[in-house]
Design a protein around this ligand. Structure first.
Ligand SMILES: [Zn+2]
Ligand SMILES: [Zn+2]
Length: 286
């Protein structure tokens, strides 16, 4: 039983091409029990002239009719013989310090089940377009700065449900050796994990990073997260891990999820989390 809480659909996320129906179909085929929709809401982030925001009221009105818990999805399947995954409604909030007030207003809107706090900019630039400028600095320095931004975001939004892709920045590092290792960044990870655990914010393992590393021709083992990092999170008392393919396109459905589940199991993770009405729930990992 598994819920993937991080997904995007077209018309709401500017970098997504799939529809909600395609997402349902894909996840049903993969046997995924629940879908969380988390479209991009990035105040201050532009593509050309368009800011990555939308009308929250419209978003909630459009997708609320799909909401159903795991229990409701199961009951419905028993009665009708037709299984439709559970559905939760969230947002992926792009954290920018200059826009805290605007973002706070958005997350306090009733009708959302959760929100993912994500860092999509560093040194005022998005790493997708500006990786060369960003990585003109030493890799370790960039990673430390990224983790400091994650910590700042967690401190500014202690009501967040999930910290999205802690390793997002590593996807854009030009070096072949670009995995974020616990041992090189131990103090930064410890402070971040402690703050998250204290606030009940879940750690997201996002297979978008695995996808990017495999594209760089790395082996699956090298593309998966650093095992030490997961074990450290558990040692510190962390109990909330979410796992997601961060699907933007049909080809992303369930990508590397099976492999990552067995990797997490090997590190001692026994349950995975998802959020419903701002409450964390967990399901057994295997
Ligand atoms: Zn993101
Ligand atoms: Zn995303």
């Amino acid at each position: 039983m598994y819920v993937d809480s991080h997904n995007h659909v077209r018309n709401w996320s500017q970098d997504a091409t799939q529809s909600l129906e395609e997402l349902y179909r894909g996840y049903k085929q993969k046997g995924i029990y629940g879908i969380g929709l988390s479209d991009h809401y990035d105040i201050g982030n532009y593509t050309g002239d368009t800011e990555w925001i939308f009308d929250i009221g419209d978003y909630i009105a459009t997708f609320s009719p799909y909401k159903r818990s795991l229990t409701e999805a199961r009951r419905e399947a028993e009665e009708s013989g037709f299984f439709r995954p559970a559905f939760f409604l969230g947002l992926e909030l792009g954290y920018l310090q200059d826009h805290i007030e605007g973002l706070q207003g958005v997350v306090s809107t009733p009708g959302l089940d959760y929100f993912i706090l994500s860092i999509h900019e560093i040194y005022g630039k998005n790493p997708y377009d500006f990786f060369e400028e960003i990585f003109a600095k030493p890799q370790k320095q960039v990673y430390e700065q990224y983790l400091e931004l994650c910590l700042q975001a967690v401190q500014d939004f202690p009501n967040a449900s999930i910290l999205g892709h802690y390793d997002f920045i590593s996807r854009y590092a030009p070096q072949r050796e670009s995995k974020m290792n616990y041992s090189c960044l131990a103090d930064h990870f410890d402070s971040l994990f402690q703050a998250m655990i204290e606030e009940g914010i879940a750690l997201e393992i996002n297979t978008g990073t695995v996808r990017q590393f495999v594209k760089k021709d790395l082996s699956l083992e090298d593309a998966l997260p650093d095992p030490q990092l997961i074990r450290r999170y558990l040692d510190l008392g962390g109990e909330l891990i979410t796992l997601s393919a961060d699907a933007h396109h049909v080809s992303h459905h369930g990508q590397y999820i099976k492999e990552t589940i067995s990797f997490l199991h090997r590190q001692g993770v026994r349950r995975l989390a998802y959020f419903h009405k701002h409450q964390a729930h967990t399901t057994p990992i295997q």
